[in-house]
Ligand binder design. Sequence first.
Ligand SMILES: O=C(O)CCC(=O)C(=O)O
Ligand SMILES: [Fe+2]
Length: 403
Amino acid sequence: MGESEHPLRLILHDFLSQNLCKELEFIHKSCCTVGYRPNVFSTTLSHLIATNCGHLLIPFVSIRERLKDKVEEFFGCEYELFIEFTGLISWTKGASIGWHSDDNRSYLKQRDFAAVCYLNNHGKDFKGGVFHFQDGEPTSVVPVAGDLVIYTADSCNIHSVDEIIEGERLTLTLWFTRDSSYDEDVKLISLLSQTLLSGSVDDRPFPFLPSPASSNMYWFSQDQASHDHQEGFDIRWARIHVLHYTFGTTNLTINDATSDSSFHLSESLEKPLRLGRQNEFFKKEFANGLHPLQVVQFYCWKATELPTVNNISDEFGNVKELSCSLEDFKNDSLNVMFLGDQKLVLSIFGYESSDKKLQSSFNWAHFSYVVAAWEDYSLQLRRELITSLPHWRSNHSIFATGT
Ligand SMILES: O=C(O)CCC(=O)C(=O)O
Ligand SMILES: [Fe+2]
């Protein structure tokens, strides 16, 4: 491709490492909410902050800087650009977008450039979802994890995305602006300051525990306009369900437990609950539904690097001490929860999600090890955030401080 022929767009391979792709996938699958279009899910940085996961901004910091540098360099910007929006966006079966430019609404006029990083692979993780430019070369971009597309947001780059046939197509998407009043960093720093500097949050033993947003942000329905809460599912529950886990709660009343009130039931994901797998339940109680979801997604990310059971030291206990059968919880009247239409869950999140290797190697000792590893990871990021924030506040920008 002659770059000079098409100075309005650039495709780069291997811009992101495979590990960063996996880390961002972990963040999205543990934190996303329903998106702005049908069958689309999104994780914005302000949402991470609002759910006490501001520390999960840290993995975005260097890549945002690298992307901004690349866009400024490629388009020869003589002015500084600002990041207007950063988000993880996933498209599932049925999602698509026709020909459009990214500044085609009055409220999007500030957008000057777009960057789309592909975090998973066409053909393997999803079918469909090929990106097309209406004019010029290349005509199509087949998503490959780690690849980057940048283009101007104006009508020189009319583009579309084919309908997703199966699976979940995940991207890291950024828009850039020349207009400093749309600088995302300023808003994020202000949100972080409000949440982190208000009170003694770090006195708690686990200051990094996620706190859920309102339940309707996690409620997926095919026809979102209908507000019919019967036909749908809670995405926090759905994401653990496709991986063969269950939630168990002692907080149910008989009325809640009737099958036609799944949406109502999803409010119990805000309370302490247990995680189960094949009728065995982990002994430790979790703070809310997002908490075990994050651990389970962390397990998926790290599965290939896990030590074998024999190498896990005794401190993580043996399997018998770590889990109980449903029967053992009889006195607590533990209930297994079903938060939505299982067929719909499988059609949206079910594709290839049952990683065979992960399934056969599962045991609660491994899981317990992963809980501890996730706590270390979270605490580390949290420390980094706390030391970076004063620098970000005085510079009015988010950057890698090298701490
Ligand atoms: O994900 C992509 O490849 C592009 C998505 C897109 O066009 C948009 O979000 O405006
Ligand atoms: Fe677009």
